[in-house]
Design a protein around this ligand. Structure first.
Ligand code: NAP
Length: 321
């Protein structure tokens, strides 16, 4: 075998292994590798992490995962009673690593932009510092592209994009000017933020937009760590709350009996991606990981999406395949 034949063979083998991992894993290869060999979440012990949208689903799961590892927490959302019970769960999970004061319940409607500075001050007053902001609060959507009322586009962008950008800007200014120039901004985006999903045009656009905002921040402020976490279909309440085509309407469906990753597994992977300051990572049950990778190669994506069509794509998305 000549040198070039050997090189070609090794390249082929590398591609093959990679494609098998795309099919086999429930997250991207970098995240999977870091979940075994990267920085453990326990290395964040003592840091202050603020999770918005912590009352349920992915936000709750990541907060619990952090608590287990002794990370001090600010937990925010509108439903204060759920935050109070999450605080108790966090203290139980922490098994003595955290005390009452280490989990700060901060009720907040992220849509009230004028209140963001005030909330930020409350965090600093309580802990005297913030290390990581996890922008997780958000809502999805189910609607046909041509039926969507423009007011729905505006409302969804207010929640999933502008509230995130505003709170993150406050955090970045704090990191740059009061925290030695360092800090970590995290967003819960979605696989739909880089791989278009049918019947969610505004949601996809919002997640694409937040990815763009965060990628630009990464380039402008090199001392600030930016992590974009992109879940695929996860078993949470979010289809109940999802926007439709009509203003004020909620989709009101359950994710029960759908093939979706559990919020707990998602929370674990999310915590790994934060601890390792990964730029972008994603997760989801088969074949989400494969499609996520494929969508990153436009030529391949075009062929695969054409072959599947919107019905199959939607079935995968709704965990019905
Ligand atoms: N589940 C999935 O399949 C999936 C996939 C990809 C991405 N995501 C993203 O993951 C994030 C969390 O969603 P989830 O699936 O965990 O759904 P979820 O269980 O419905 O959680 C949404 C969270 O956002 C909070 N929230 C909503 N509106 C808010 C507001 N105006 N102010 C403050 N908090 C607000 C909710 O708390 P309150 O109601 O108490 O305010 C709740 O804690 C979202 O950004 C979503 O886009 C989810």
């Amino acid at each position: 075998m000549t040198f070039f034949e050997l090189l070609f063979f090794l390249l082929l083998l590398y591609c093959l292994v990679y494609i098998i991992l795309w099919l086999y894993l429930d997250c991207n290869v970098d995240l999977w590798y870091n979940s075994y060999f990267g920085v453990p979440v326990s290395a964040m012990r003592g840091q202050v992490v603020w999770v918005t949208g912590a009352s349920s689903g992915i936000g709750k799961a990541v907060a619990l995962e952090m608590a287990k590892n002794g990370v001090r927490l600010v937990i925010s959302s509108r439903r204060e009673h759920l935050l109070d019970s999450l605080k108790r769960e966090c203290l139980e999970e922490a098994k003595g690593l955290l005390s009452e004061d280490d989990v700060f319940v901060l009720p907040m409607d992220v849509l009230e932009i004028a209140n963001h500075e005030n909330c930020f001050e409350k965090v600093l007053k309580h802990f005297g510092r913030l290390d990581v902001l996890v922008n997780n609060a958000g809502r999805s959507q189910r609607a046909s592209w041509e039926e969507i009322n423009i007011d729905v586009d505006r409302s969804l962008f207010e929640l999933d994009v502008f509230s995130v950008v505003n709170l993150s800007r406050i955090a970045v200014r704090y990191f740059l000017h009061q925290s030695g120039g360092h800090g970590h901004v995290v967003v819960t985006s979605s696989v739909a933020g880089f791989c278009p999903a049918p019947f969610s045009a505004t949601y996809c656009a919002a997640k694409f937009a937040i990815n763009a905002y965060m990628n630009t921040l990464r380039i402008e402020q090199r001392s600030i760590d930016v992590t974009i976490f992109c879940p695929g279909p996860i078993a949470t309440d979010f289809l109940q709350e999802a926007f439709t085509a009509e203003p004020g309407e909620k989709f009101g469906q359950s994710t029960k009996n759908q093939k979706r990753m559990t919020a707990e597994r998602c929370g674990k992977l999310y915590a790994v991606s934060i601890a390792n300051k990964l730029d972008i990572s994603w997760c989801g049950l088969f074949p989400v990981n494969f499609l996520a990778y494929a969508s990153r190669y436009p030529g391949l994506a075009k062929i695969i999406f054409k072959l599947m069509g919107k019905t199959t794509m939607n079935k995968i998305r709704e965990g019905k395949l």
